[in-house]
Write a protein that binds this ligand. Structure first.
Ligand SMILES: *Cc1c(COP(=O)(O)O)cnc(C)c1O
Length: 436
């Protein structure tokens, strides 16, 4: 590919970037897209279809980002596009109630036994932000416990030791967050139940809730250790705190409903986003009826949104979830994702590159490390410089990876056998190239 090779002839991508940098902060609208973690200049995309994305220079790549998860049925699925077009033709947004809101909510509530009532918002950040307010109101307590390396959007009080883009920029705490805002945020290492117990013993009376990614996907891919999430449930019951699963990434991505359905767990509140909009800006929070009844207009916790529940977003989400509801959808997706994870591991072993891989549903992770990654310290100790070289080697071979070693990867139902083996072949070559 000509895009990042630094040849004298300027690519269209480079021209787009120069243009964007003049009018957009850093040339991007989300920091990870700037390629800072992997080096080089961002590649600009112009189209996406099925398992592929195409850049502005006409290069086509197999996509393992899937717009960070939402593209679970592949990009621009004809049924999703048709549903969105039809809704759009009938009006983009009403700022009033529409029938499509209940339609999508029924699918979600029907899939998640812990969710009795739902509220739609426009981004995962908005969902977690609203939930922090809700659990504080419901408990009359102030402290929030989160895990090092878990990302819950760019909410002030949750942007403490967050993973994702914040990790690669080396600013665990963002500038502009007053110290006393973050003072009520307690931190524990992921998968460390003893640490959580110590914190609960100290702050239990003032602990409003624990927020957790049930499978962490913003410090690379870090699955929960056996008994970790069950332990959090019990601890919350014991000290009267609320358990919040941030399933913005894992919801309808790792299983129908989310990880809680797969693992039979019962959080008090759940945050959703990404897949439930199928590529449209849709997110939600929901949970126990008595808690959700505290949200305005039923209760005193104020939360609103001009574009929340707009018909176009609802239509995109409902069309996507109807496709996911097909028999065997998640089994098929997990089989392919697992096959890919195993293929990548074999290819790395053959090249003598130390690699860890893991997969659940349509989510997978690779880490350049010689032991499993269990928490943020492990994730930070991975060879991120090697990931950067792997990223560019794969890009040159036509595979689009997340441009940071702190992110998970996503497979869609349109990634067929041929596509999966092409990724593995590209990786086998890439591992050899970077092992030198
Ligand atoms: C993506 C993500 C968010 C933030 O969602 P946005 O729509 O980007 O604001 C929150 N939590 C988790 C677990 C996520 O993966």
């Amino acid at each position: 590919m000509t895009t990042s090779s630094g040849t004298s002839q300027i690519s269209r991508s480079d021209a787009c970037y120069e243009r964007a940098c003049k009018v957009l902060a850093g040339g991007v609208n989300s920091p990870v897209r700037a390629f800072r973690a992997v080096g080089g200049r961002p590649v600009f995309l112009k189209a996406a279809e099925g398992p592929y994305v195409t850049d502005v220079d006409g290069n086509r790549y197999i996509d393992l980002v899937g717009t960070w998860g939402p593209a679970i049925v592949g990009h621009a699925h004809p049924e999703v596009v048709r549903a969105v077009q039809q809704a759009a033709a009938e009006g983009l947004s009403f700022g009033a109630c529409c029938e499509r809101e209940a339609e999508l909510a029924e699918i979600i509530v029907g899939a998640l036994p812990s969710v009795e009532l739902l509220r739609f918002v426009n981004s995962g950040t908005e969902a977690t932000m609203s939930v922090v307010r809700l659990i504080r109101a419901a408990t009359g307590r102030t402290k929030i416990l989160k895990f090092l390396g878990c990302y819950h959007g760019h909410v002030d009080v949750l942007l403490v030791a967050a993973g994702s883009g914040a990790a690669t920029l080396g600013v665990p705490d963002s500038a502009g967050v007053p110290k006393d805002f973050a003072a009520h945020t307690l931190l524990a290492p992921y998968n460390d139940l003893d640490a959580v117990k110590r914190i609960a013993a100290e702050h239990g009376d003032d602990l409003a809730g624990i927020l957790v990614e049930p499978v962490a996907g913003n410090m690379g891919y870090v699955p929960p250790a056996e008994g970790f999430l069950e332990g959090l449930r019990k601890l919350c019951n014991d000290c009267g705190a609320l358990l919040v699963f941030d399933e913005v990434m894992t919801g309808f991505r790792v299983a129908w409903g989310g990880y809680q359905v797969k693992a039979d767990l019962n959080p008090d509140i759940t945050c959703l986003g990404k897949v439930i909009g199928g590529g449209m800006p849709v997110a939600a929070y929901g949970g126990r009826r008595d808690l959700m009844e505290m949200v305005s207009p039923l209760g005193p916790v104020y939360q609103a949104g001009t574009l929340s529940g707009n018909p176009v977003g609802m239509a995109g989400g409902a069309a996507t979830l109807r496709l996911c509801r097909a028999d065997g959808f998640y089994e098929g997706l997990e089989a392919k994702t697992t096959q890919l994870a195993e293929g990548l591991l074999d290819a790395a072993n053959a090249a003598g590159v130390p690699l860890q891989t893991g997969a659940v549903g349509g989510m997978l992770g690779v880490a350049f490390a010689d032991k499993p990654v269990r928490n943020y310290d492990d994730a930070a100790a991975c060879d991120h410089e090697m990931f950067g070289r792997f990223f560019h080697a794969m890009l040159q071979r036509g595979v689009w990876l997340p441009p940071s070693g702190y992110e998970a990867m996503f497979v869609s139902s349109t990634h067929d056998e041929t596509v999966i083996s092409r990724i593995i072949d590209a990786a086998a070559d890439s591992f050899k190239a970077i092992a030198r």
